[in-house]
Design a protein around this ligand. Structure first.
Ligand code: NCD
Length: 306
């Protein structure tokens, strides 16, 4: 049966651990062996929304495994701009490839594509809903940098309403029994309650605040996000909150020595460049981990053992 990757909600902790273990094996495998794993396989990168890291790291991952890539980087370059439906596009592209990686502004579109197609579908971000491949690489980064996932305390900063990276990651961390969450956001961009839900609500602590300085000494991971301009129905509202938080090196003085600043990137103003030189900056290695995790994802969903 084909295997899709649509939402972190669909995965058990054991399944998530399988991706992490596979990523470790990918990282330990010599280049000459890796490049022979997916010969003749074609990945379609179907990006209806802008992307740098997700698209290029998926493409790089496919090339590094010896496969090849077709695709598009914007909707205007496809027949959707002539009026073709999303479903017809899926039915067409599935004839040309072995696996589809899809990013789309509409929530639920990846699920629709998976139901439509006979091929494995990987969700590369559906609106402000989910971004499971980012979450898997975030978990891989946390595990590598901090040695474990379950015992961390994590702070999420910025646009907690629209950031799919936050939504996906919190759902996964709840499965790992991570207890303490510091949620730092302006009033209008707070985390929707739905993402805090669990069968055992007493087990988890969600501290909401709008003061970034308050949480810096308390957390092991500071997960920064961009205010998601493109998701605001009213740009005047965006203007009001766009510069709510800006992390600087000076603010990190009270951070625990092992603390990591992560960010799915792109950053706009929320992390000052002087943070890059500190020992806390983990966001560029995080992006590098994306290529490793996405190789693991391609192997797993194309049914190739490593
Ligand atoms: C994120 C996304 O697209 O959701 N970027 C990414 O995939 N690395 C975050 C963002 O755009 O702010």
């Amino acid at each position: 049966m084909k295997k899709d990757l649509i939402s972190m909600e669909d995965l058990s902790v054991d399944e998530i651990k399988e991706y992490l273990a596979l990523a470790h094996r990918v990282e330990a495998t010599p280049e000459e062996r890796r490049v022979k794993l997916l010969p003749g396989k074609i990945m379609a990168a179907m990006f209806f929304e802008p992307s740098t890291r997700t698209r290029l790291s998926f493409e790089s991952a496919m090339h590094r495994l010896g496969g090849s890539v077709i695709g598009f980087a914007e909707q205007s370059a496809t027949s959707v701009s002539k009026g073709e439906s999303f479903v017809d596009t899926i039915h067409t592209v599935e004839n040309y490839c072995d696996i589809m990686v899809i990013r789309h502004p509409g929530e639920g579109t990846a699920r629709l594509a998976a139901k439509t197609s006979v091929l494995p579908v990987i969700n590369a971000g559906d609106g402000s809903n989910q971004h499971p491949t980012q979450t898997l690489l975030d978990l891989y980064t946390i595990e590598k940098d901090l040695g474990n996932i379950s015992d961390i305390s994590i702070a999420f900063i910025g646009d907690l309403k629209y950031s799919r990276t936050v939504h996906s990651l919190i759902r996964a961390l709840i499965k790992f029994n991570v207890r303490n969450y510091y949620l730092v956001a302006p009033e209008s961009l707070r985390l929707p309650k739905y993402f805090m839900m669990s069968d055992e609500p007493d087990k988890f602590n969600f501290y909401e605040t709008n003061v970034l300085e308050e949480v810096i000494p308390k957390c092991d991971v500071l997960y920064m996000t961009r205010i998601q301009r493109e998701r605001f129905p009213d740009l005047l509202e965006y203007e009001k909150v766009k510069d709510s938080y800006r992390l600087t090196a000076a603010m990190l003085e009270d951070a625990q020595p092992h603390m990591r600043v992560l960010h799915p990137l792109p950053r706009v103003n929320e992390i000052a460049y002087d943070v890059d030189k500190t020992k806390f900056a983990g966001y560029f290695p995080q992006a590098r981990n994306g290529v490793i995790m996405r190789q693991a994802i391609l192997l797993k969903h194309l049914g190739v053992e490593l």
